[in-house]
Design a protein around this ligand. Sequence first.
Ligand SMILES: NC(=O)CC[C@H](N)C(=O)O
Length: 384
Amino acid sequence: MSQAATQPTLHQAQPALLVLEDGRAFAGTSYGATGETFGEAVFTTGMTGYQETLTDPSYHRQIVTQTAPHIGNTGINDEDDESQRIWVAGYVVRDPARVPSNWRATRSLDDQLKGQGIVGISGIDTRALTRHLRERGAMRAGISTEILDAEVLLQKVLEQPPMAGADLAGQVTTTEAYVVPAEGTRRFTVVALDLGIKSMTPKRMAERGIEVHVLPADASLEEVLAVNPDGIFMSNGPGDPATTEHPTELLKELLQRGKPYFGICFGNQVFGRALGLGTFKLKYGHRGINQPVLDRATGKVEITAQNHGFAVDAPLDSTVETPYGTAEVSHVSLNDNVVEGLKLTGKDGKPLAFSVQYHPEAAAGPHDSAYLFDRFVELMEGRR
Ligand SMILES: NC(=O)CC[C@H](N)C(=O)O
């Protein structure tokens, strides 16, 4: 790509306003599309990986603040999208790159946001905003280039639905089933229920000889069984896990039938609910690519990529008896002791299912946890 193609189009700086539901307001400059947008204000601490963050369907209906002050430096490339489009409801940055520079870049971030109609704001004190969200919690917010009166915009923010209670998987899932073929010889077949799946996830399985059948979030038990899978996977995704009735009921049926299971993020929360555990909303969530997690079986610490606002409520110091076997907390966050993983031993004494609240597929983030995909392979092997 020529250098000229990645140069952002020059636009007249236009004022924009960000208002939080508790009335705190930040004046800045329009970034990306103009207009107005609403969502839950959250922050992510990743220093890199903004393209993957923007295209992660888990961020649907969220206004994302980057704590890293310089965003857009490497532009947008044709390889790093995690889905077909940008999902964030709005984007908040401190200091956008004026000239992106990277050998893979094909566009500027500003032009990509404009092209997809994503309203953003720049030039605000993202450190103050982050501290505010950390003290007061994630909350509803709005960004506008049209309403610059904070009182007026606040009224519209207060009309928006909160994230708690939001059932969103159906808004981001694939409409048609599709297959990601195994790389090399096919060793296993897996059904992946798409609750907002990132494209790196089936790829990590395909690399290990797994043929992945990605099914829509409302796929029936019959549709899943028709694939004759060796294992079941449920993905990350947006919204409040307490609203997910269908995936939870489906998973119960599959565990009853002894199907090996692996879940990531939303898939960890669905697994928790299938085991009879509850979920709850965290104050401001975990979002970033350097979150420390303890694997309680090995005592090893993994540095992980995370993006969650809810968590599973499970006892850390005792096991839980379920209709499918004995469950326990396998991983915990070293920052705040939040449940970061679950495992289930079947009634036959052998492993049956496991899940993590974080992102072993990385994209973006460290690869410490890639071993979990190997563990899924071993799990299916052990139950053939
Ligand atoms: N990345 C995810 O899967 C997030 C799960 C859920 N929406 C949460 O916020 O906790």
